[in-house]
Design a protein. Structure first.
Length: 425
């Protein structure tokens, strides 16, 4: 169990860091203020600031985020009238830090009961100083001043000129796309590393290596060395595509075109029906033959070919969800990832690395789905802005994002509960 937990944290951590670093890097390059880069969720464990960004490690290892100035999910704790704070004043008379936390004390901080603030445009804060309600005192605020939030996290204020919407449209689109892009890059690198660790690239051919005892394939006369070329007259290019078609056809007659010793023949099979993790699939009982290419070129190319093969599989699954009906068993959340990580950890380091690559592609593709609150949904809003030649109102975008986030949370709860039932009951 300890090995599984460590493997899960490492795999999940790499996925999150790589994804969020994509957003972080291109936001910085576009002049957008990244107020916080967080690994993990929930209460803060440790934090430090560097180059205007606060880096935090939080206790729950189930995600992370990049908090960019001015986006819908970047909301300051409201400094309402009457809120007690303390101000650190610089030598030029401007506020350098606003402390709204009871956990932190500013040395030589000036106590202030806030009456009003403007920390985006004119940059000022005013209120009653030292409990004196006879006079409202206003202080100018430095452009790069910080706010110490109630949990003690210190982040920089977000003036309009460094907010997300102030960047050019193409820069915002690239920033939104950068997270999934980094996941695809990670997968390519990981598959290449895996090929070198394995000493070559092993590919599954369309030739049959063996047939299982009492199987449909053996009963139909399929033998080791046979090559399956087509199913129902449709030419097959990979063993994987044949397997998927068979899985989708339980108890349905299939006409296989088989090549044996230079000649072709037609074989009819009816896949047996089997239930796996709540899903009914078809099986005929063949073991595919493999081929290993040990060249350096093949190992490097496997970064791309391995990633592309997994990408095709994911889109095939998405396609089946559309054509065969949606099922929660087709989805997996943190519980499913943990269970899969447990199986991979028992199989060794290479299987964990393979899982990392597969999950990275999954994360990249899922985040590009045109769903509000996901990167794909944000890109759709960018396209709408390009067509309209003006951005949506901030309130409208916030409502769309909030609805999307709510639906995602509901789906995540349903998926997680379904995973718990699948793997633990």
């Amino acid at each position: 169990m300890i090995v599984t937990i460590i493997a899960f944290i490492i795999v999940f951590g790499i996925l999150v860091i790589v994804h969020e670093f994509g957003h972080f890097y291109f936001a910085k390059r576009s002049g957008i203020l990244v107020r916080e880069f967080s690994i993990g969720m929930g209460p803060k464990a440790v934090a430090f600031r560097r180059n205007a960004t606060t880096y935090t490690l939080r206790f729950l290892p189930i995600g992370g985020y990049v908090r960019m100035a001015g986006v819908a999910d970047d909301e300051d704790e409201e400094l309402k009238p009457g809120t007690p704070v303390s101000l650190l004043i610089g030598q030029d008379g401007r506020v350098e830090s606003i402390n709204a936390s009871k956990k932190t004390t500013l040395f030589n901080g000036i106590p202030l009961a806030i009456t009003a603030t403007d920390l985006e445009k004119e940059l000022w804060i005013e209120g009653y100083e030292n409990g004196d309600e006879s006079t409202v005192k206003r202080y100018p605020v430095d452009h790069d001043a910080t706010i110490i939030e109630s949990d003690g996290t210190e982040v920089q204020i977000a003036p309009v000129d460094v907010q997300f919407q102030s960047a050019k449209l193409w820069q915002r689109m690239l920033t939104n796309f950068a997270g999934p892009m980094n996941n695809f890059i990670l997968a390519i690198i990981t598959f290449a590393i895996l090929a070198f660790m394995q000493g070559g690239v092993t590919s599954v051919t369309q030739k049959v290596d063996a047939t299982m005892a009492n199987s449909v394939a053996r009963d139909a006369g399929i033998k080791a060395g046979d090559e399956i070329l087509a199913v129902n007259g449709k030419r097959m290019k990979t063993a994987q595509s044949i397997s998927i078609l068979i899985q989708d056809s339980p108890k349905e007659k299939l006409n296989l075109t088989v090549k044996r010793n230079g000649t072709t023949k037609h074989v009819t099979v009816t896949p047996k029906s089997k239930t796996v993790s709540g899903t009914t699939i078809g099986q005929i009982g063949v073991v595919w033959a493999t081929h290993t290419d040990k060249s350096v070129g093949a190992k490097l190319a496997y970064g791309f070919t391995g990633s592309w093969n997994i990408t095709k599989q994911i889109f095939q699954v998405l396609g089946r969800m559309v054509t065969h009906g949606f099922s929660l068993n087709d989805l997996g959340g943190p519980v499913a990832i943990f269970a899969t990580t447990s199986q991979a950890a028992r199989s060794g380091v290479r299987q964990v690395i393979y899982l990392l690559a597969v999950l990275s592609i999954n994360l990249g593709i899922v985040n590009l789905l045109p769903i509000p609150a996901l990167d794909g949904g944000k890109l759709v809003l960018n396209v709408v802005e390009a067509i309209r030649r003006k951005p949506l109102r901030v309130e409208t975008e916030s409502v769309i994002t909030l609805i999307g986030f709510g639906l995602l949370m509901l789906l995540m709860i349903l998926v997680t509960w379904n995973d718990i039932q699948r793997y633990f009951f």
